[in-house]
Design a protein. Structure first.
Length: 76
């Protein structure tokens, strides 16, 4: 990727250095395993390239908005 900045007459430009960018892999679907009146149990497969270190789930309760941070510890 490179940015080119032209003058008003488009007669000259300056160019930035070329850089590359990598996006995260698309996440897998979250599967609902069980739910009670006070908890939910979910499962999913995290990105296999270890690019994701933390997952955040958000849920809505009638009239309110809550956010839960889940810290994932991976084991070998």
């Amino acid at each position: 990727m490179q940015v080119l900045a032209y003058d008003a007459e488009m007669s000259w430009y300056s160019a930035s250095e070329t850089v590359s960018a990598t996006t995260f892999q698309r996440p897998h679907d979250v599967e609902l395993l069980a739910a009670t009146s006070s908890s939910i149990y979910v499962a999913w497969v995290s990105s296999p390239d270890d690019s994701v270190l933390q997952h955040t789930f958000e849920y809505a309760k009638v009239g309110l908005h809550h956010s839960i941070d889940l810290y994932i510890m991976l084991s070998a």
